[in-house]
Every structure is written in C-alpha cells, then in structure tokens.
Design a protein around this ligand. Structure first.
Ligand SMILES: Cc1cc2nc3c(=O)[nH]c(=O)nc-3n(C[C@H](O)[C@H](O)[C@H](O)COP(=O)(O)OP(=O)(O)OC[C@H]3O[C@@H](n4cnc5c(N)ncnc54)[C@H](O)[C@@H]3O)c2cc1C
Ligand SMILES: *[C@@H]1O[C@H](CO)[C@@H](O)[C@H](O)[C@H]1NC(C)=O
Ligand SMILES: *[C@@H]1O[C@H](CO)[C@@H](O)[C@H](O)[C@H]1NC(C)=O
Length: 507
C-alpha cells in the first residue's frame, strides 16, 4: 500500500445535507485539500429546507434545534453565526430539561365539534407521558417486556384506565380516544407508520440533550448558508445523482494515467469520479430502495440486513394560514380527538377514505406578531404517503372539512396551504430513521461501518458512511447528522496521522 500525504488524498462526499457539509468542513480543517461533494439535487441542505407560505418563513424539513445547549454542535454553530434569538440563548432555557417533549400549552377538540375540558384531558396526557418515559427506561435496564412501544403503551394504558379511572364510560372513552391521538403524535415524532413498528427495548437509545427546543427566526437554511460560505466556492457538484459507488478497484478504466484510485463514483448521467475515499451521507430511505445497486461489490450481508431492518418512515407537515385564530391565545398545540377511537389506534382502516384521521393535530407557529395565524398540521405513516399523492386543493378541502367538524364552525376557511412530500422526494424516500422492532444499536453500528471490513488486505476506508441514520443516540436529528459527518472526517484524519506516525517510528 502506497502511502500518500493526507493533503493529497482524493475524497468524495455523496450528499450535500448537513452531514456532508460537516464532513467537508472538518476535512478541510484537517488539511485535506482534495475534497468534493456530489449532490443529486440542485440545492444544499437536504432535509433542512426552508420554504415560504405567503410572506412567512416555514420549515418544510427540520424545524427545531432539539436540546439547544452547549453539548449540541448545531446550537453552538447557530450561536456562532448569530442566528438565534436572545431568549433561545439564555442560560435558563439552555438548562431546561424537557426530555424531548416541550411543555406546549394544549387545546383539545373532539370530532363531535366540542372544545374539551383541560381538567378532564390533562390527566390522560400525563398518563401517556408517564408510560412514554417508562418505555425509554427499558434500554438501560436491558428488559423488553413486549416487542414494541405501541403494544406496551396500549396494554399499560388500558390496564390503568380499567383499574384506576373512575369517571363515567363516555368520559373514559374520550380520554382513551385522546391516547389514540397521542399515539399518532408519537408516530410523527418517530417518523413511523405505527408505534407497533417501533422497538421497545432500543427505544431509550435515543438521547435528549438539555435545552428548550428553539427555532431559527430567519430560517434553518441560514445555518446551511453560513456553513457553505466557509467551504471553497466550487466544492459542490450539483444535479449529479450517484448511481453506483464502485470500490475495491473493480471499475477498470483503460486510460489510467499512472495513479490509480480504489473507488470510482458513477453518476446517473454516466460521468465518473475517482477517489481514495468516499463518504456516503445518503438517507436510509434511499439506501433501502437502492440497496442492491448503489454499491459494487454489493454491501456485505450484515450491513444489508441492518439497512433492511432499521426503520425509516414518513412524517409530513401541512401549513395553514388563517384570517383569525379558532384556538386560544396561549395555545401552542391543538389535539384532535376522534370520539370513535377509544380502542387506542394509530392507523386508519381505509387509507383512501379516512387518511385525514391520522393527522393528530396542529402546532401553532409563534410568535404571532411574526407569523400571524399559522398552524402546522402533522401526519405520519402510510396515510401521510397517500396524502402526498393528492393535489394541494384536495388536501386543503380535506383539512378545511376536518377543522369545521372539530370546531363546529362551518365557515372557517384556511387562506393558504403548503405541505411537505418527503416520501416522494426521490433522494430521501421518507423523513427520518427510527429503531424498528427487532433492531438494536448494533444495526446502527453496522450502517456506520466503513468498507472494506476490518481484516481485508485492500486499501482501508474506501467507502465510509455518515448521516442521521448512523448515529446511535441522535439518529433522526440535525445534530446527529452533523456529528456523523465530523466523525467520518476525523476517522480519515486519524487514519492518516497514525499511518504517518507508524512511518516515522520505523525510520
Ligand atoms: C419533516 C421533517 C422534520 C424534521 N424535524 C427536525 C427537527 O425539528 N429537528 C431536528 O434536529 N431534525 C429534524 N429532522 C431531521 C433532520 O432534518 C435530518 O436528520 C437531517 O437534516 C439529516 O441530514 P443528513 O445530512 O443526514 O441527510 P440529508 O439532509 O437528507 O442529506 C442527504 C443528501 O444526499 C443527497 N442524495 C441522496 N441520494 C443521492 C444520490 N444518489 N446521489 C447524490 N446525492 C444524493 C440528498 O439529495 C441530500 O441532499 C426533520 C426531518 C424531516 C423530514
Ligand atoms: C425562554 O424561552 C421562552 C420561549 O421562547 C421565552 O418566552 C423566555 O423568555 C425565555 N427565557 C429567557 C430567560 O429568556
Ligand atoms: C476486494 O479485493 C480483495 C483483493 O483483490 C479481495 O481479496 C476481496 O475479496 C475483495 N472484496 C470484495 C468485497 O469484493
């Protein structure tokens, strides 16, 4: 194996989301000068995507910095670039420990067109939160009383309702129906079709950081712009979807002039790019879809199996602007409770006719002085994927009908609508990663493992893997994605510094 100085190594990064950008930034800091990013689309940022609803800035993709405190590199960068409000940066809010669930002020509406009483519904939410926290504890204790979060939540909630609730049957049913709504909310948080797909034992692997979740007043893409400004201007090759990464010297080009590279990246348009190392930051949804063809030689079986088994589902947003609010002034989240759902369900029986029942409710965009009256509806799963196939007008009609029914006000009409369609984004195929039934941290380690595998005698670190799905405790987040980009850049740096260390010690 010929040793080359690190600065000379040719490195390609596939994907210009935050993990790819982070990897490039770190490699350049380490002194690598031959770094390029290949991106399928015409833009950088990936699942960080700021859009517009009229004059309002809205986040089609990532919205919050989850756990904005000193340990969170996204928070640090956002502070460094001065992208956050004073309130978000206050010591008090950095140390707030909310365990992943912001203490939003709720309003509840039922499908019979009533606003529900906080004193009645509050305890049901509390029960849900208590059980939810229990689910997170099994990872540390190494137990798994049931295979999935959904099954455990349902069994325990029904048991407690039966043993402890003392109201009349109608009230009990309404409280249970609210738990169905909470399950649908968790489907959005996890990005899954149903909580019955989310593994219970590994659920607590996801770690939250301290800090009261905050947003970017000027849009999340400000972070991307600032990071991109620190990279060489021509580092990204846009509109070049990668078709196949040929590694292990399997792509023989006849006109090799001297130096040969172990990896050749082949794009859909036929262009090829050679490299010593490729960092793949492609979303898990795309990997699942193209697992057989994206690499040549193909992925080793254990990596393939982990790609297949890990979860990657859909969560979409539907933004709506109103003339005036139908919610209370302090309201931060609106829950929709279906009277006919006391049996703890988070899937609908017929997607085509009843998909809208999967929408758990809305978050209210704040502050009102900036946004006016804008709601963000949340919908996960196959119902959400079906929603993507409808026209914007059909979605608007369905949501309008829904709101009229739940408020009992037949005149409410949203003025504008914008929805995301993450399942139909051909380079994402969904929203983000969850740890599915039967999966563990080893599956994430498998996803992250570079090729060739240890013990091979071919050139090390030819294909490396970063991106949100490859972080054991911060998967599904922006900070998780960023950290994995840095991790792979550091892996290369360490590789070359130890190599030169070995050379020096031999001299
Ligand atoms: C609706 C939604 C809401 C979210 N909310 C939050 C939130 O509030 N807070 C939070 O922390 N996180 C949130 N996330 C998650 C967060 O957005 C992601 O975890 C993070 O942005 C992923 O970064 P990444 O670099 O790993 O992947 P991506 O940003 O997806 O980047 C991957 C890049 O690879 C490109 N690519 C794919 N295939 C190819 C190919 N064949 N050839 C070349 N390029 C290719 C893609 O076009 C893309 O640009 C949300 C995500 C969604 C979808
Ligand atoms: C913490 O954040 C909240 C919500 O943004 C804000 O209302 C409050 O003023 C902040 N606290 C401080 C001390 O800035
Ligand atoms: C990579 O190449 C080496 C050396 O030619 C060979 O021994 C090994 O089996 C190859 N690995 C794969 C996964 O094809």
């Amino acid at each position: 194996m010929a040793l080359r100085p690190a600065v000379d190594a040719k490195i390609l990064i596939v994907g210009c989301g935050i993990s790819g950008i982070g990897a490039a930034q770190r490699l350049i800091q380490h002194g690598f000068s031959n770094v390029r990013i290949i991106e399928a689309t015409s833009r950088s940022g990936g699942r960080i995507k700021t859009g517009r609803l009229g004059s309002n800035i809205v986040e089609v993709g990532a919205n919050w910095i989850h756990g904005p405190s000193q340990e969170n590199p996204v928070f640090q960068l956002a502070c460094h670039y001065q992208l956050l409000s004073k309130e978000s940066m206050s010591e008090e809010n950095q140390s707030a420990d909310i365990g992943g669930h912001p203490p939003f002020v709720p309003n509840w509406f039922s499908s019979s067109g009533r606003k529900l009483d906080p004193d009645v519904m509050g305890p049901a939410v509390e029960l849900f939160m208590t059980l939810f926290e229990k689910c997170q504890e099994f990872h540390a204790s190494g137990e798994e009383p049931m295979p999935t979060v959904g099954e455990f939540l349902k069994r325990e909630a029904l048991r407690i309702a039966h043993e402890e609730w003392e109201e009349d049957q109608a009230t009990k049913d309404l409280k249970l129906a609210l738990l169905s709504t909470m399950l649908k909310l968790e489907c959005c948080v996890s990005g899954t079709h149903t909580m019955d797909d989310v593994g219970l034992g590994a659920f607590g692997m996801y770690k939250t950081l301290p800090g009261l979740d905050c947003t970017f007043p000027g849009g999340y893409d400000g972070l991307i712009k600032h990071m991109m400004n620190e990279l060489p201007a021509d580092i990204v090759l846009y509109n070049k979807p990668v078709k196949c990464v040929h590694w292990n010297n399997t792509y023989k080009q006849s006109s090799s002039k001297g130096r040969t590279y172990p990896v050749t990246v082949e794009c859909v348009n036929g262009e090829t790019f050679e490299a010593d190392h490729v960092i793949v930051t492609i979303p898990l949804g795309y990997l699942k879809k193209h697992q057989d063809t994206l690499l040549h030689p193909p992925l080793p079986l254990h990596k393939l199996h982990s790609i297949q088994r890990m979860g990657f589902g859909t969560n979409n947003k539907i933004f709506l602007e109103f003339e005036k609010p139908f919610w209370s002034e302090d309201c931060e989240v609106i829950y929709l409770v279906w009277d006919d759902e006391p049996d703890l369900v988070d899937v609908v029986s017929d997607v085509k006719t009843a998909w809208i029942k999967k929408l758990f409710g809305f978050t209210v965009l704040k502050p009102m002085e900036r946004f006016g009256h804008v709601l963000c509806g949340w919908i996960a799963g196959h119902e959400s994927e079906y929603m993507e196939t409808l026209t914007e007008f059909e979605v608007l009609q369905a949501v309008t009908q829904l709101i009229r029914r739940f408020t009992g006000n037949p005149t409410i009409a949203p003025k504008k609508l914008l929805r995301s369609q993450w399942f139909h984004e051909p380079y994402t195929y969904g929203s983000y990663t969850y740890v599915a039934k039967g999966c563990s941290g080893y599956d994430i380690d498998n996803l992250a493992e570079p090729l060739p595998l240890p013990g091979s005698n071919s050139q090390p670190l030819q294909v490396m893997f970063a991106g949100e799905a490859t972080h054991r405790s911060f998967f599904s987040t922006v900070h998780g994605a960023l950290i994995t980009g840095w991790r792979e850049a550091d892996r290369l740096h360490t590789h070359y510094t130890t190599l030169s260390g070995q050379m020096i010690s031999k001299l």
